[in-house]
Ligand binder design. Sequence first.
Ligand code: 9UX
Length: 72
Amino acid sequence: GTLSGQFRIGGMTCAACVNSVEGILRKLPGVKRAVVALATSLGEVEYDPTCISKDDIVQAIEDAGFEGAFLQ
Ligand code: 9UX
């Protein structure tokens, strides 16, 4: 099955940041869809929890130099 998670992303200051974060997320194994909004600093990811965890997704965001935190 697929789960959906919303997260806050810190450190995005231009549209290229958004493209970068979306590209990173979409390349992760188990991520089916990722959309990120600059204006709200929010993102949504659909993922297969048997392949990847929320913590893994946050770690990938942070490895790229941004701050990531899943919302409840
Ligand atoms: Mo824009 Mo983001 O020049 O890391 S790409 S600030």
